[in-house]
Design a protein around this ligand. Structure first.
Ligand SMILES: Cc1cc2nc3c(=O)[nH]c(=O)nc-3n(C[C@H](O)[C@H](O)[C@H](O)COP(=O)(O)OP(=O)(O)OC[C@H]3O[C@@H](n4cnc5c(N)ncnc54)[C@H](O)[C@@H]3O)c2cc1C
Length: 315
């Protein structure tokens, strides 16, 4: 599929990127590894007139571990994070989510910033312009109704980042810098619950760093996908635990990740209750390659599996 024409600009640093964005009156998008954005542009799902490349910004490529925080620049690739020993040894949910993302070729290119800010996906939306024209445009393509749940004025596209749920269980924060200045937000507040505008970031804002409390955790990430070699999550469950308490986050199904807290991950009935609740909260629709009923059931199965593995009782 051929790319449409757009202007390409390479930012020297964060301030330069913001200045370039300001000059474009909202017609620009930021580019990092491009593994999410370029397919969207090819399919005419994103139609920027200017693409501002952030990849060359060196200051966003660092990982530092000091003063109780692991601070990761948004341009660090998933592969660099996966081979960072401190993450493997202390943040197993995050390590496993990195390992489970796409395939190694894409991990070498895709950044953590782009992974968190990837667009929501739907079987009836992530298609070519010709395909969508023949079916009629859905809400996410500025149509009048959802093409999956007929008549619905709500978009059900899934948020498919493998790493965001793991980062949520670790209490991650995001540093943003934009035309109005800098701010820090909790990752949980990034998500709007609206698949048409999934993130609470302002126009022109750049995700600069992700901060995670640098504490040793136990953890696990379980993922349902069709192809083990490379596939988006149909359900993804991350668990991180310190002491007996555990945080569980369900992603891949629905508009945003959902967080649950377990006071004592060693109590079998408590695990079962939270697995049932997560399964009941999940409301998948027919917008992925397996049935909604199967995905719903697998939410509960993966919650139990991930908690048991995180606390060392599973395989
Ligand atoms: C075949 C295939 C399989 C995939 N499988 C998976 C999978 O299993 N799991 C998964 O999680 N992902 C998957 N992906 C999606 C993607 O590869 C990853 O999410 C990757 O990490 C995206 O990072 P990127 O740097 O390429 O993002 P880009 O494509 O460059 O950017 C993604 C979005 O984030 C914005 N953005 C990027 N960086 C910044 C920043 N610093 N500040 C503000 N905005 C920014 C861009 O404007 C764009 O909207 C897959 C992609 C493909 C093509």
């Amino acid at each position: 599929m051929v790319l449409p024409k757009f202007e390409y600009k390479k930012a020297r640093d964060v301030a330069d990127a913001i200045a370039l964005y300001k000059g474009q009156k909202g017609k620009a998008v930021y580019l990092a590894g491009g593994t999410d954005l370029i397919p969207l542009i090819k399919q005419r799902l994103s139609t920027p007139s200017v693409v501002i490349d952030l990849k060359g910004i060196e200051e966003l490529k660092s990982i530092t571990n000091k003063d109780g925080w692991l601070e990761i620049g948004a341009n660090v690739t998933l592969f660099e994070l996966k081979i960072y020993p401190w993450i493997r040894d202390n943040l197993p949910a995050f390590y496993e989510s990195l390992e489970a993302t796409a395939c190694e070729t894409l991990q070498l290119r895709g950044t953590i910033g782009g992974n968190i800010l990837q667009d929501t996906r739907c079987l009836k939306h992530n298609q070519s312009l010709e395909w969508r024209t023949s079916r009629g445009f859905c809400l996410k393509s500025n149509g009048k109704e959802c093409n999956v749940v007929k008549g619905s004025k709500v978009c059900f596209a899934n948020y498919c980042s493998d790493n965001a749920p793991a980062l949520v269980t670790l209490g991650a924060e995001l540093k943003l810098e934009g035309p109005k200045g800098e701010r820090v937000i909790e990752l949980t507040t990034l998500f709007t619950g609206d698949s048409l505008k999934p993130f609470s970031i302002d126009a022109g804002e750049i995700l600069t760093y992700i901060r995670i409390p640098a504490k040793k955790t136990k953890g696990a990430y379980e993922k349902l996908r069709v192809r083990e070699s490379m596939d988006y999550p149909l359900v993804g469950v991350a668990v991180s635990s310190v002491g007996v308490a555990a945080k569980i986050c369900v992603g891949g199904v629905g508009l945003q990740p959902r967080l649950y807290e377990l006071e004592d991950a060693g109590i079998e009935t408590a695990i079962r209750e939270i697995a049932d609740k997560a399964s009941s909260d999940a409301k998948p629709v027919a917008n992925a390659v397996v049935s909604p009923a199967y995905r719903k059931k697998m939410v509960g199965v993966l919650v139990k599996r991930a908690v048991k593995r995180a606390i060392g009782e599973g395989k």
